[in-house]
Design a protein around this ligand. Structure first.
Ligand code: 5GP
Length: 184
């Protein structure tokens, strides 16, 4: 994994914008309405998978009108730059009982599908009232396990992306748009 040494180096790694700030904003407003319609006034628990989904959670929770709580889990799957280890580890679990909740998992991106397949299987064993998955981005061409999100805001090609919560080596999470990362 290459270290970022200067602002020039940082900027050069933002290859091109794939999804603009405005496109994200509009898609989230629409998704919020769909979630409202889906739950029809019933309270929900939005579970964000850290760290990548923290920005998406902050926006999606303000786009829904149904009563909602938020909670966080931490799963690590990318250990080395842009290459998946294929190894999902839950490093921080929920600290509440979810049996009386309609749970909505909020994820940044579904790539191989391994992370969410594992998390969904784990949360199902805890018998929530219902369980759905909303992802900001979907890279279906990369799937290695059978997994489909209930809602995917954008389908993107097989590029490593950064911004809007997604990182490369912990940088770029604060970009307000989704960009393709430039491998040197
Ligand atoms: P999966 O288990 O579906 O392969 O990977 C899910 C996780 O891998 C995501 O939550 C995200 O943290 C990371 N990931 C997958 N694709 C990308 C990508 O293009 N960019 C970044 N920054 N992370 C990714």
């Amino acid at each position: 994994m290459k270290k970022i040494n200067s602002i020039d180096d940082y900027t050069k790694r933002i290859k091109r914008v794939l999804v603009t700030e405005e496109e994200i904003k509009q898609a989230i407003a629409k998704a919020g309405k769909e979630i409202d319609a889906m739950y029809d006034g019933r309270p929900i628990l939005l579970v964000s998978i850290l760290k990548g989904a923290f920005v998406f959670l902050a926006d999606i929770c303000r786009a829904v009108s149904v009563p909602c709580e938020v909670a966080f889990m931490c799963a690590k799957s990318y250990y080395d730059g842009t290459v998946s280890s294929g190894n999902v580890k839950i490093t921080m679990d929920l600290n509440q009982d979810i049996t009386n909740y309609h749970v909505v998992i909020v994820e940044d991106i579904v790539d191989t599908g391994r992370t969410l397949k594992d998390i969904v299987a784990l949360l199902k064993t805890r018998n929530p009232l219902s369980l759905k998955v909303v992802t900001l981005l979907d890279k279906p061409s990369r799937r290695v396990v059978d997994f489909h999100a209930d809602m995917a805001l954008f389908t993107i090609p097989d590029h490593f992306v950064i911004g809007y919560g997604l990182d490369y080596n912990e940088y770029f999470r604060n970009l307000p748009y989704i960009a393709e990362y430039c491998e040197e």
